[in-house]
Ligand binder design. Structure first.
Ligand code: NAP
Length: 307
């Protein structure tokens, strides 16, 4: 079974991980730093980030790890982050779109988007667009977007993408995770058309015991999740395996999707997406809407242009 120990040497590579202070994002940061990558931990709370960085350095002493503030629920913050990143670093080998929230009570992001659609999808859409110049300049770079098996239950409700007519927390989560899959695929199609050697890959961590479930209030919190945690879960470091494989294994191809063999647990496998995940028309429609909502237009071309 492939584990983080099998990650090839990452010396000289620059990795950016969103939500790197907790859960599978934190464990990805530790594993990549241990293998010699320079890691930028993008965090929404600098206090939590400082603590996580200190803990990380205990496990990867001497590692090169920077901390930067990023709130994916604020386009202003995403733009400021990208500006700082592009000014400070001249390469980006791996962008790991990892941060996420699951099934919170209804709230809106700073820009008025439903929080899960806004944070999990739109924030990462804008971030990727604004960092694409660096990714295109870096040979064989990768964008890894972390989804969930919940995408299997997701439907794109284009009539009410932002749950304005009615909010069901889990339904909105599932849709946001399907949006991650559609985005990763559409990005790869555009990279292919442009002849770029950047690849876009998706993954999902199975059931990893992290802070993700803390915000939920539903009945599943008292029934399904404790049961699954007992029977079919793994710790966060194992949950990070799938995105680490996507980020570093030599045989990964653009458009691939990596997950645990038994969906919630098991060895890393390359999986087929379901029909909704592969729906190119939905992906193109979501892309156009995302450009409109975020104001970030992503033109992937050999000489890329981001406005
Ligand atoms: N754990 C699982 O079983 C599981 C299953 C399927 C998919 N996933 C996916 O895995 C990814 C990581 O989740 P996790 O399980 O590691 O959960 P986690 O421990 O709760 O970590 C989530 C991270 O995202 C950050 N975050 C949340 N909102 C943000 C925002 N507005 N801006 C920037 N960062 C933000 C959190 O920051 P704070 O610490 O400040 O809140 C935290 O660092 C998510 O995309 C999730 O959907 C997880």
């Amino acid at each position: 079974m492939w584990t983080a120990k099998d990650i090839p040497d990452q010396s000289g590579r620059m990795v950016l991980i969103t939500g790197a202070n907790s859960g599978v994002g934190y464990e990805s940061a530790v594993a990549l730093a241990q293998k010699g990558a320079r890691v930028v931990m993008a965090v929404r709370s600098m206090d939590k980030g400082q603590k996580a960085r200190q803990e990380l350095l205990k496990r990867a002493s001497g590692a090169s790890v920077d901390l930067m503030a990023l709130d994916l629920g604020s386009l202003k913050s995403v733009r400021a982050f990208a500006e700082n990143f592009n000014a400070q670093y001249d390469r980006l080998d791996v962008l790991m779109n990892n941060a996420g929230i699951m099934a919170p009570p209804y709230r809106q992001t700073e820009d008025g988007f439903e929080s899960q659609f806004g944070t999990n999808h739109l924030g990462h859409f804008a971030l990727t667009g604004l960092l694409l110049p660096r990714l295109l300049e870096t040979p064989k770079s990768r964008i890894v977007t972390v989804s969930s098996s919940a995408y299997l239950l997701g439907r794109m409700n284009f009539e009410d993408l932002q749950s304005e007519k009615g909010y069901r927390p889990t339904r909105a989560y599932n849709q946001s995770k399907l949006a991650n899959i559609l985005f990763a695929q559409e990005l790869q199609r555009r990279l292919d058309r442009a002849g770029a050697d950047v690849i876009s890959v998706a993954s999902q961590p199975g059931y990893a015991v992290t802070n993700l479930q803390n915000d939920q209030r539903g009945i599943a919190n008292y029934t399904l999740y404790p049961l699954l945690r007992l029977l079919m879960s793994h710790p966060a470091d194992v949950g990070a395996t799938y995105q680490l494989y996507a980020a570093t294994a030599p045989d990964v191809r653009g458009g691939d999707y990596y997950e645990p063999k038994r969906t919630l647990v098991g060895e890393v496998v390359r999986s087929e997406m379901n029909a909704r995940g592969k729906n190119a028309a939905d992906a193109a429609r979501l892309w156009a809407i995302s450009e409109q909502l975020t104001g970030v237009t992503i033109n992937v071309s050999v000489r890329e242009r981001v406005s």
